[in-house]
Design a protein around this ligand. Structure first.
Ligand SMILES: Cc1ncc(COP(=O)(O)O)c(C=O)c1O
Length: 419
């Protein structure tokens, strides 16, 4: 593919250069249609049995994106009280929120209990804490099924080397705590890791969780977790996650379980990235070009503070070059290393990347930044967080978060009396 933004008409009829000028760079630009489309696609992964895909809002908590989830009828998972509050502010009904925290305080659990939000407990000690706070209450538990998978060791969230979930060998102890506090255990969930393009590891994880589910009686739901991948290498024609193939292979696994268990509980998943990643790009400006020891560096304002995934997980994001409001064709290429403006050697957006020859003043358009992009931004080097704008379905542009200012960063700092 020569250009994703042209192929999907990402900016509709808006001039890219004008967006960059109006909102400043770097700026996150979202596309409403794409986000709605992905929320619909993932909601159709199971049609034979009762099913909900819960958007895992850790991927992106902008309230306007959460409002899209509300209007698409997709439920949501929250990892923290802050995420629950964002969801409530977006108008998400409480019964559509599932709280899946780990290592939270009594106060945080009490907040969810007071708000009547169903909670999954991630360890025996948290289950005990919950039981004391909410005797006779309803809850779920997160199981660590013993195997994990994912694109980087930092996103593998199950298996022997992770902090998450209750190990299978401790399942009998769950029953003891449930009985002690007269809890009603209504569901089990897992999340084994992130970014599968091949459905097989996820299907194996489903089979495994359903094996474990047979050890629990009267479950209202079984939640298989998130992790569906998106093609981060789309300019090299990487294919989409094969949702239809996945669906076909998943059905017989569910059939077998339902026949055995006696009824179909609600099946759930927790996709984060799939819903939002492809619905955003970052526009950044090229401010410097130089060669050091034979390496050509392109110096931009898209630092690791704006998008941390490349430095944190060695993640790949495709980049398009925009000049005079138009994408530059992918010909006459050269190998460059694209960096940000943060004072860290690791501040690298793309290492040894083939890009069309770049000029100072060009814009870069970093693709697939809607998940774990803004939600992981931070104001390192006292660089305020960027603005976020939405290209709405009707082609209009809305500012959905203004750019942070230095004053915003300073206002939380208390004057010290010591000299
Ligand atoms: C418990 C849980 N559920 C869901 C997700 C969403 O994962 P993804 O964005 O890969 O779909 C995560 C992400 O790490 C998670 O930890």
């Amino acid at each position: 593919m020569n250009s994703y933004i042209n192929e999907v008409d990402f900016f509709k009829n808006n001039n890219i250069e004008e967006i960059a000028d109006t909102y400043g760079t770097p700026v996150y630009v979202y596309n409403e249609d794409i986000i709605r489309d992905r929320m619909r696609k993932v909601s159709g992964a199971i049609t034979k049995y009762p099913y909900t895909a819960n958007y895992s809002v850790k991927a992106n908590t902008n309230i306007h994106i959460l409002k899209l989830a509300v209007s698409e009828g997709i439920n949501c998972d929250a990892m923290s009280v802050g995420e629950i509050k964002m969801l409530l502010a977006a108008g998400m009904p409480k019964e559509r929120i599932f709280f899946v925290p780990n290592n939270v305080s009594e106060q945080e659990l009490q907040y969810a209990i007071d708000e009547d939000i169903l909670t999954s407990l991630d360890s025996l000690s948290q289950l005990e804490m919950y039981g004391k706070l909410n005797k006779g209450g309803r809850c779920a538990v997160r199981i660590n099924p013993g195997v994990g998978a994912g694109h980087h060791e930092k996103v593998i969230t199950a298996g022997k080397k992770t902090k998450f979930g209750i190990a299978e060998e401790d399942i009998d102890k769950i029953a003891d705590i449930v009985e002690k506090y007269d809890l009603k255990l209504v569901g089990i969930n897992q999340h084994i890791g992130s970014l599968f393009m091949d459905p097989q590891p996820y299907l194996d994880a489903v089979t495994n969780l359903l094996r474990i589910a047979r050890r629990f009686k009267n479950l209202e739901f079984v939640d298989f977790g998130g992790g569906y991948g998106i093609p981060y290498h789309k300019l090299d024609d990487e294919k989409d996650f094969p949702m239809e193939d996945f669906k076909k292979k998943l059905e017989p696994i569910l059939d077998e379980f339902v026949a055995d268990y006696g009824y179909a509980p609600l099946f759930k998943s927790e996709p984060g990235r799939f819903c939002v990643a492809e619905g955003s790009v970052i526009l950044g400006r090229v401010h410097a070009l130089k060669s050091n020891s034979g390496v050509k560096y392109v110096g931009t304002d898209v630092g690791m503070n704006v998008l941390i995934r490349p430095s944190m997980y060695d993640s790949h994001h495709d980049i398009e070059v925009v000049r005079d409001g138009k994408t530059v064709a992918r010909e006459d290429m050269e190998t460059v290393t694209v960096t940000g403006n943060i004072c860290e050697t690791g501040d690298i957006l793309a290492k040894d990347r083939q890009l069309p020859k770049i000029q100072q003043g060009d814009l870069i358009c970093v693709l697939d930044t809607g998940a774990y992009g803004y939600s992981m931004c931070y104001p390192y080097n006292s660089r305020p967080r960027p603005a976020e704008v939405m290209i709405c379905s009707d082609g209009s542009i809305e500012l959905i978060r203004r750019k942070e200012t230095i004053e915003d960063l300073m206002k939380l700092q208390i004057n010290l009396s010591c000299k």
